[in-house]
Design a protein around this ligand. Structure first.
Ligand SMILES: Nc1ncnc2c1ncn2[C@@H]1O[C@H](COP(=O)(O)OP(=O)(O)OP(=O)(O)O)[C@@H](O)[C@H]1O
Ligand SMILES: [Mg+2]
Length: 269
């Protein structure tokens, strides 16, 4: 069994079935890029995998553990969902930083709450039983993460004083601070000016070399080709084509994939 196994996901909004029996798998340390035209279901798939939407059908395993089964009501309990969500980190198109907190506080807030909660309920957080000790490691880790995304000097700034690219790099660091098994990005650069896109894509590229397992929904076809181990082309709620970047982008089999890529080649990405 692969590290991430997503099987038979079906999701509808009213009568509109947006995901029709979708499945894919990913090994630890691999990067999956999801491409496809607007409305094909990319965001919905990512939200299902992150438990932000509940599919009517399907199962999700991470590291061999069943995290979601649409047919098992126990697994759909809110407390379970919240715990399972910790396996995933999510970076959104619109950054979604907390505007009232500094960059640094954006990074440490959730880990501190989680540490408090886990020490109370299970006796330890990441192997540490004392909150004081856990807090010290959360702080030093946040400092390392800021360095990793190149924003040490913005530690005490507020999100509104940062560029879009900087805000997105903070959002990436914030997601990493919770140690997700799988980091998901939903068009992380599409709200950015072209000159800021590169700095965010470079951070994501850097994460690949540090062995993070990632799912990236993107319109940056060149980036997907360079970084992904696997590409899925979605069309109208199904996986129309999947394979290596050389297969899907270099030599697409499906007519729909070819049409989609031709549009990008014409207008640039
Ligand atoms: N909360 C919702 N309620 C009703 N319909 C929804 C909801 N979210 C998404 N949809 C519909 O599901 C379909 C897939 O949407 P989704 O956002 O997953 O597409 P996408 O591939 O991410 O598109 P884009 O590239 O524009 O972001 C669309 O038809 C959309 O209108
Ligand atoms: Mg989307």
């Amino acid at each position: 069994m692969a590290f991430l196994e997503v099987k038979n996901i079906k999701k509808s909004f009213g009568k509109n079935t947006v995901l029709k029996n979708i499945g894919f798998s990913l090994e630890k340390g691999e990067v999956l890029a999801i491409i496809g035209s607007s409305g094909s279901g990319k965001t919905t798939l990512l939200r299902c995998v992150n438990f932000l939407e509940t599919p009517e059908k399907g199962v999700i395993y991470v590291g061999g553990k069943l995290l979601f089964d649409a047919d098992d009501p126990m697994i759909k309990r809110e407390s379970e969902i919240r715990r399972n969500r910790l396996h995933f980190g999510m970076v959104f198109q619109q950054f979604n930083l907390f505007p009232q907190y500094t960059v640094f506080d954006n990074l440490v807030l959730a880990p501190k709450l989680l540490a408090k909660d886990q020490i109370r309920s299970r006796g330890s957080y990441r192997g540490v039983a004392s909150f004081k000790q856990a807090q010290a490691s959360i702080i030093s880790e946040a400092e390392q993460l800021l360095e990793k995304v190149g924003l040490t000097e913005k530690r005490d700034s507020y999100p509104c004083d940062l560029s879009g690219g900087q805000q997105q790099r903070v959002a990436i660091a914030r997601a990493l601070a919770l140690h997700p098994d799988i980091l998901c990005f939903d068009e992380p650069t599409s709200a950015l000016d072209p000159e800021l896109t590169g700095e965010v894509l470079n951070v994501i590229k850097g994460l690949k070399s540090s062995d993070s397992t990632m799912i990236v929904v993107t319109h940056e076809i060149g980036f997907a080709r360079a970084v992904a181990d696997k590409i899925i082309f979605m069309d109208n709620g199904v996986i129309e084509e999947e394979g290596t970047p050389d297969e899907v982008i270099g030599n697409p089999k499906s007519q729909r994939t070819r049409e989609f890529l031709a549009r990008f080649n014409r207008f640039g990405d």
